[in-house]
Ligand binder design. Structure first.
Ligand code: NAD
Ligand code: MG
Length: 390
């Protein structure tokens, strides 16, 4: 029986992960499940999957979690230290599916066990790619990408070194506002930006899809995870979300990864790797699909892509600045403090403000404290820029 932990179990990726585990429950033993304020869901998951421990990120939620688990024999815990302790419980396979930089420290802790980390938390690669990958190497842990594009690249490479790839193309649906006239974008609401045409995901990544900040993060994720130089990584708009990634080799041949827009494929691939298991996703009917279309992204409309290229060029802790400013701008958009188009302006202003800072220029592999400091500085710079906007 493989021991499994799911960090961020109550979210979209966490629920899909437990869906797959529940279909084959004889093969897995659930160790730790973590969540936020949705205590009813966390307790229900812990009971259904007979977890050893359930952890909420919020101290004030602990009495509710204890009450919801009473009589079950399942441990309950809360707070940051408890999240790290959950990630440290011996497990063979851990899903990292907390959203944002909050997922970084628990993910690093899980890597120190030297087992397998299924990585959905792309923010940890964006803000601390070299640290994450070095930690995995130092402890002999495997990191498996759980993003549809990166799982697709991984599968298309089929064990070959990424150096064999001449180019890598990741696709973007274009998000909820893809077909809006540019002048309307500034007035897009949280509800409008949060309605994805193809994928059913958490609110934050759905809005990041509409700004293309999600694709921007994925360009950086490709660079950090596979070590592919930025000038070999492309993003293309593909409204159907059927082709997820394409790898081009030096002989001119290309291998693409196709599948329905269902994250259970990428999760299931990581769960069964290096074998392939049965995953209950829809089987594609190509005659019914008819056509697959592609077009170049308009970087004027979606400045996030240009900012991602700056991050990859600058290196150091610029990814932590980019991510921290983006998280602050997204919080402000969700709180209706700034407009949709302001998010990219705020991120760019924070990046500009910190571009010469010694806290950001960093040649060696940064440690967690360096990353957190850059993240804090970025959030402060973003707040200053938002104050100037108002
Ligand atoms: P979600 O918002 O649905 O779930 C997030 C989870 O993290 C929840 O369990 C929540 O309780 C927990 N969480 C939130 N803030 C936390 C904090 N400060 N401390 C501890 N726990 C916290 O998000 P999601 O859509 O499932 O995405 C999770 C991660 O996977 C993100 O990094 C996202 O970019 C990535 N991802 C998601 C999808 C998708 O289809 N949803 C696809 C690719 C990658
Ligand atoms: Mg993706």
């Amino acid at each position: 029986m493989r021991r499994i932990s799911v960090l961020g179990a109550t979210g979209s990726i966490g629920c899909s992960t437990l869906d797959l585990i529940g279909r084959d429950s004889g093969a897995f033993r659930v160790v730790a499940l973590t969540g936020g304020r949705n205590i009813a869901r966390l307790a229900d998951q812990a009971r259904r999957h007979r977890a050893e421990i359930a952890v909420t990120a919020h101290d004030e939620c602990l009495p509710d979690l204890r009450a919801a688990l009473s009589g079950s024999g399942i441990e309950a815990a809360a707070g940051q230290a408890a999240l790290i302790e959950a990630a440290d419980r011996p497990a063979d396979w851990t899903m990292s599916a907390i959203v944002g930089i909050a997922g970084l420290a628990p993910g690093l802790q899980a890597l120190r066990q030297g087992k397998t980390l299924a990585l959905a938390n792309k923010e940890s690669l964006v803000c601390a790619g070299p640290l994450l990958m070095a930690t995995a190497r130092a402890h002999g842990a495997d990191v498996l990408p759980v993003d549809s594009e990166h799982s697709g690249i991984f599968q298309a490479l089929a064990g070959q070194d990424a150096g064999a790839a001449e180019r890598v193309v990741i696709t973007a649906s274009g998000g909820a506002l893809r077909d809006w006239p540019q002048e309307r974008l500034a007035h897009a609401t949280v509800e409008e930006a949060g309605r994805h045409p193809n994928w059913d995901m958490g609110q934050r990544i759905t809005i990041d899809s509409a700004t293309l900040f999600n694709k921007a993060m994925e360009l950086i994720e490709t660079h950090e995870y596979f070590g592919i130089p930025p000038d070999r990584i492309e993003a293309v708009i593909h409204p159907e979300s059927i082709v997820h990634a394409i790898v081009g080799f030096r002989d001119g041949g290309l291998l693409a990864h196709l599948g329905p827009a269902d994250m259970r494929h990428a999760i299931g691939y990581a769960l069964h790797w290096p074998a392939r298991g049965d995953v209950p996703v829809e089987r594609l009917d190509f005659a019914r699909l008819g056509a697959l279309t592609f077009r170049a992204p308009d970087e004027g409309r979606w400045p996030a892509l240009r900012l991602a290229r700056q991050v990859m060029q600058a290196g150091g802790l610029s990814g932590a600045v980019f991510n921290g400013a983006k998280e602050a701008a997204l919080d402000a958009f969700i709180a209706r403090r700034i407009g949709f188009s302001d998010m990219a302006r705020v991120v760019e202003a924070a990046m500009d403000a910190l571009s010469g800072s010694t806290a950001v220029a960093h040649n060696a592999v940064p440690d967690l404290e360096n990353v957190r400091r850059a993240d804090q500085l970025a959030r402060q710079a973003a707040e200053r820029s938002m104050a100037a906007l108002a």
